[in-house]
Write a protein of this length. Structure first.
Length: 200
């Protein structure tokens, strides 16, 4: 798909953009979805981050790991290859908000599933939710948190029991280049699944 395209701060679409594509960014609580969108978005990210309160005690099992959480969605945009604008919709990670995924999935070409090797089992439920309610093409990106165990990508594929052909990539999603590469892997997979084209 070539170069990234517009850089952060490019609020208006480049005149070279020929198509717009909606992409979901999904994953369990705290895996780095908001971080990924913030790293790549060339427009200010629309975020629904709220402070985690005592109301989540006993509800969100990893409540102590972060002070804020997405409660509706994150929204950003990145241009890839100079001609394709990806509109990114980041979903909330807590199960109590997963009903929102169905509405957010409407019109999307695929879902980028962010996983954390320190709790890879959380990825099973995310993938099951997508398969049951959306049937979208998916790609998986392993967010390389500092100190997290490193695994061969084929081992991750096997552990998550992914269908053949599902892209699995990895990277530190705080970095723009690696986050963009993950998104490009998803879109390329969705294009293949759609027979060589995506809706404009």
């Amino acid at each position: 798909m070539g170069s990234t395209g517009s850089e952060p701060g490019a609020v208006h679409l480049a005149p070279t953009v020929e198509r717009s594509v909606k992409v979901l960014v999904v994953g369990a609580y705290g895996v780095g979805k908001t971080t990924l969108i913030g790293a790549v978005s060339e427009i200010p990210v629309l975020s629904t981050e709220e402070t985690v309160t005592t109301a989540s005690v006993g509800v969100d099992p990893r409540r102590g790991e972060k002070s804020t959480t997405t409660v509706a969605m994150d929204f950003g945009r990145v241009t890839v290859g100079g001609s394709t604008a990806l509109y990114l919709f980041g979903t909330p990670g807590q199960k109590r908000f997963w009903d929102l995924w169905v509405g957010l999935a409407d019109g999307a070409v695929g879902a980028l599933v962010v996983v954390d090797t320190r709790r890879l089992e959380d990825g099973f439920e995310v993938l099951d939710q997508l398969e049951e309610h959306t049937h979208l093409p998916v790609a998986v990106v392993v967010n390389e948190f500092p100190g997290a165990p490193r695994h061969e990508l084929e081992a991750v594929r096997t552990a998550l029991d992914l269908p053949p052909g599902t892209p699995v990539v990895s990277g530190d999603l705080r970095g723009r280049r690696q986050a963009v590469e993950a998104l490009k892997a998803l879109v390329a997979h969705a294009v293949r699944r759609a027979g060589g084209s995506v809706a404009a």
